[in-house]
Each structure stands twice: as structure tokens, then as C-alpha cells.
Design a protein around this ligand. Structure first.
Ligand code: A1S
Length: 214
């Protein structure tokens, strides 16, 4: 059974091997498959400026196999949208302690038939609702819009699409709601929670928020 594990700097030691593997999978997917050559590193690990103690990883793990991943980062700190893609935002970049940026979303190739993706989305929504994260921002290619809409997400573009790395891309803000969680659970046939917080007190974000603001 696939579950979505929450990994922060507080329980990272429990997941040292899984995190290492996830960096390698990210490299093979984003550099190898997607061709994002700026991310190439000779050590075969995708690690960028936002892989630090403030990042939160939600890894989908089936037994011990990593089948998907996603990363959240506080928007009260400099983040990808503010540092690299501010030109995608027409007015203000949404930024407060209840808004996080999502990036590096992937499902491994042999699990790309819908269910793992839905489990990842359900885990993401469960985490955000538990932690009182109200919105997510993201920089995505335009094909994400119909995907999100089909899953029941409320999404608002922050500006017009621009071609980035050869693909029309835009910045978006996504509302988090229990209605969307119910929709994703319905689509995936999930009856209950998929999130696992091993070695973490609930909520986990107090420390991240404190670190971000200090
Ligand atoms: C940033 C994103 C986050 C911050 C949110 O019939 P198909 O195959 O055409 O159906 C596809 C397409 O409609 C669409 N799709 C997927 N990849 C696409 C691409 N590169 N260009 C255009 N359309 C694309 O989704 C349908 C289903 O895709 P899938 O791969 O068969 O299955 P699944 O399980 O829904 O997985 C989707 C994802 C995107 C997770 C998976 O393809 C993946 O991990 N891709 C590599 C990583 C990636 O590109 N991540 C997004 C950028 S991060």
C-alpha cells in the first residue's frame, strides 16, 4: 500500500536513505526524462537552493520503494517564484506563512497510471489542511491546468503564460480545501488518510515558520 510520508528537518535522519534516493530519482526524471539540463549535476543528484532545512518533502512510498515525490517551501522566504520566475506574476507574489510553494512533483515511470498521482494529491491536501496551509503557489507548464481542474482544484493564474525551456508555463495559486480532498479521494477510491508522520509531532510547521521568520 502506498502512503505519503512527511519529511522535514526534524525527522530527516529517519529517512536519510529515502531522501538520497529521491534526489537521484529527481535527477533521472527532471534532467534525463524532461531534459531540464540546467539541473544537471555530475553526481547524478538533483539538489537546488530550495533543498534545505526549510523544505518539506512529501514522498509517496510503497513498502520501501519511492514511487513519487513533491516539495513544499515557505513563501515567506526567497523561493523559486520570487527568485527565478517573478516575471510570471502580473501583480504581487503571494507570500505569507500559510502559503507554500510546491515544486519537483513526480511519479516514477512504472506508476504513472493515475492512482499514485491521486494518492500524492490526497497526501498533499491532508498535510496542508492539518497544517493550516491555505494556498499553494507553483510554476507549471500549461497542461497542468486541465489536470488540476479534473481533480477538483480551484486554481488561479497569477499572470499570462510565457515560454520557459521551450514550454508555455505560468505561475498559479491553488486553494486548499476539504472539498478538493473529498474529490481526489473519490477519484482514487480512497477511504481514509494516506499521510504518515513518522517521528513528527503534529503540527510540524511551527518550527519551519519560526525558522523562516527569525
Ligand atoms: C512542477 C509541477 C508541480 C509543482 C505541480 O494520455 P497522456 O499521456 O497524454 O496523458 C498525460 C498528459 O495529458 C499529461 N502529461 C503528463 N506529462 C506531460 C508532459 N510532459 N507534457 C504534457 N502533458 C503531460 O498528464 C497525463 C497523465 O500523465 P502520466 O505521466 O501518464 O501519468 P500521471 O500518473 O498522471 O503522472 C503525471 C506526472 C506529471 C506526475 C508524471 O508524468 C511525471 O512524473 N512526469 C515527470 C515529472 C514532471 O514533469 N513533473 C511536473 C513538473 S514539476
Amino acid at each position: 500500500m502506498t502512503a505519503v510520508h512527511v519529511i522535514t528537518s526534524d525527522n530527516r535522519t529517519l529517512y536519510a536513505e529515502a531522501l538520497e534516493e529521491h534526489h537521484r530519482i529527481r535527477h533521472s526524471i527532471f534532467v534525463g526524462e524532461r531534459g531540464w539540463s540546467d539541473l544537471f549535476r555530475p553526481d547524478g543528484r538533483d539538489v537546488d537552493a530550495y533543498d534545505d532545512n526549510n523544505s518539506i518533502y512529501l514522498l509517496a512510498i510503497d513498502n520501501t520503494k519511492i514511487v513519487g515525490g513533491q516539495r513544499l517551501y515557505p513563501t515567506v522566504l526567497p523561493h523559486m517564484l520570487s527568485d527565478v520566475f517573478p516575471f510570471l506574476v502580473k501583480k504581487n507574489i503571494p507570500s505569507c506563512d500559510s502559503i507554500f510553494e510546491i515544486s519537483r512533483y513526480f511519479v516514477v515511470k512504472d506508476r504513472r497510471f493515475g492512482r499514485t498521482d491521486c494518492i500524492m494529491l490526497a497526501g498533499l491536501l491532508e498535510f496542508c489542511i492539518d497544517e493550516e496551509i491555505t494556498q499553494l503557489t507553483a510554476v507549471v507548464e500549461t497542461w497542468w491546468l486541465p489536470r488540476w481542474q479534473q481533480a477538483g482544484f480551484k486554481v488561479r493564474p497569477l499572470g499570462l503564460p510565457v515560454v520557459v525551456e521551450g514550454q508555455p508555463s505560468f505561475a498559479a495559486v491553488i486553494d486548499i480545501s476539504s472539498e478538493t480532498l473529498a474529490s481526489v479521494r473519490r477519484i482514487a477510491g480512497l477511504r481514509g488518510p494516506v499521510l504518515i508522520r513518522q517521528g513528527l509531532e503534529k503540527p510540524v510547521l511551527e518550527r519551519v515558520r519560526y525558522a523562516a521568520l527569525s
